[in-house]
Design a protein around this ligand. Structure first.
Ligand code: AR6
Length: 198
């Protein structure tokens, strides 16, 4: 390969479903992307943290944590595989859906089911709140250690299934991947699925 230029890496990929809905992948910072709802990769305590959680609270301002404080006082937190909704503060969105992904152990401790559940719960919240555009980070593949090659097919499968449904208010799903390497994994997976499913 020495001496050969690397092929141009596209940083946007869009898949259109036969019903006109779209699933799009980009590289970027989720706090900078306009959407009706932005998904956060949170923890069960809803206590904030690093990674995308930290970025969302920093960019969105204190109102998000104040709303989470109330939720925590009322229901104690959010179990793995579930999600709660708050406003989006200063973010360019109406809502933040705080989803709690699984901490990865070895893949045999229900991690795939919990991860799939996170995406489904966020899509349910989207329907309940009349959300047309929703952006996701790659849940659990940072601090929580889920191998991205195993997580990406689950994320793409759950969101594609939802977009393919005849009745859904969600018109567009955007995955905002934080590195070119993460984007490359998601785009290869989406390409493989699109080729297989036509
Ligand atoms: N925009 C988009 N993606 C991002 C951003 C951003 N601004 N920042 C990080 N990522 P992580 P988890 C990517 O660790 O694995 C927190 O402390 C990151 O590169 O944020 O679900 C919570 O409080 C990775 O690909 O979430 C929890 O305790 C992906 O987002 C715990 O981490 C998810 O990484 C949750 O861990």
């Amino acid at each position: 390969m020495a001496g050969h230029a690397r092929p141009l890496q596209l940083t946007v990929m869009e898949h259109q479903f036969s019903n006109g809905r779209t699933l799009k992948l980009v590289v970027g910072d989720i706090t900078r992307q306009q959407a009706d709802a932005i998904v956060n990769a949170a923890n069960s305590a809803l206590a904030g943290g690093g990674g995308v959680d930290g970025a969302i609270h920093r960019a969105g301002g204190p109102s998000i944590m104040q709303e989470l404080d109330k939720i925590r006082a009322e229901v104690g937190g959010c179990p793995t595989g579930h999600a709660v909704v708050t406003g989006a503060g200063k973010l360019p969105a109406r809502f933040v859906f705080h989803a709690v992904g699984p901490v990865y152990r070895d893949g045999t401790h229900q991690e795939p089911a919990w991860l799939a559940s996170c995406y489904r719960k966020c899509l349910e919240l989207a329907e309940e709140n009349d959300v047309k555009t929703i952006s996701f980070p790659s849940i659990s593949t940072g601090v929580y250690g889920y191998p991205i090659r195993d997580a990406a097919p689950i994320a793409l499968r759950e969101t594609s299934r939802h977009l393919d449904r005849p009745e859904t208010t969600v018109q567009a799903v955007l995955f905002v991947l934080f590195s070119q390497a993460d984007y490359d994994v998601y785009s290869a997976c989406l390409r493989a699925t699109s080729t297989r499913d036509g």
